[in-house]
Write a protein that binds this ligand. Sequence first.
Ligand code: 5MM
Length: 339
Amino acid sequence: MSAQELNRIATAMVAAGRGILAADESSPTIKKRFDTISAESTEENRRAYREMLFTADGMAEHISGVIMFDETLRQSCADGTPFAKYLADRGVIPGIKVDAGAKPLAGYPGEKVTEGLDGLRDRLAEYHELGARFAKWRAVIDIADGIPTAYCLQANAHALARYAALCQEAGIVPIVEPEVLMDGGHDIARCEEVTAETLSRVFRELHAHRVLLEGMVLKPNMIVAGKKCKRQAGVDEVAEATIRCLRRYVPSAVPGIAFLSGGQSAEDATAHLNAMNRAGPHPWNLTFSYGRALQAPALEAWGGKVDRLAAGSAAFAKRARLNGLATLGEYRADMEKAA
Ligand code: 5MM
């Protein structure tokens, strides 16, 4: 596939007014989510839940792409239409998570490296056949005493770049996701320091692997204090620190940055994105690729009950709409009260 086509897809993924739904929970993770509402994690329940999100009213207006798990990409709507076709027919780009998860990094207690490169070329070819036009790989960086080590950052940056190069070879746009976790008691300055070093290494590796920056999307964490830190930063401080860090380390050739929510509340994730966009223009489009911050209210409203599918859809549609507004800097907190 040509560089122009990769750039066209990447640009569409981060278009103003829209963002990405991360619905790529692996089986253990979706089980954890379903456990919170006492819903059983059967294949049919997972399918019905994803259909509830994908068919929500106004979904395509605010959602540019959906990241799916392998099982979901092979599933269909109740009427038999494959999810990938249903989404693509509405202008929503189908995507696929291709990493095999973060595993303990041998020799480095407490740290992880993401696996999944073996056989990736063949899997990407199949995913392209199934309709996926972008992919996602998540590296997980924890902050605690003595970690992250330089070796952990380097191992994860290298794997992200190998993945990204393989995606582009297959005509698939890579979402490059180095997530610095917000668990722990570190302050916002430490998050910025670790994120800076992470991004610096990731872009050096992307360059070394000849990844076309115009044909990728970055999915980073925002710069926030750890959840257990006594001093939590305000919305403007988070926005300012995040923009400063990204401006220092993300080349302007990257078309867009789609943030993860990382455990922030749905409202905080929207307010932070909005504040950053109000402070623009920036060299790249800033949008969302939220999992929990888009889905948590929908999951709760649905509660695993067939007769509450419409309520679940509506809760998701609301978060999609408010985050769409946040990509334009047009969100206001008082909009939360309206249905
Ligand atoms: C939706 O959750 C994704 C899959 O997680 P597992 O591989 O652990 O099952 C996750 O990668 C997600 O796409 C990102 O972390 C962003 O989600 P949040 O909830 O942080 O916005």
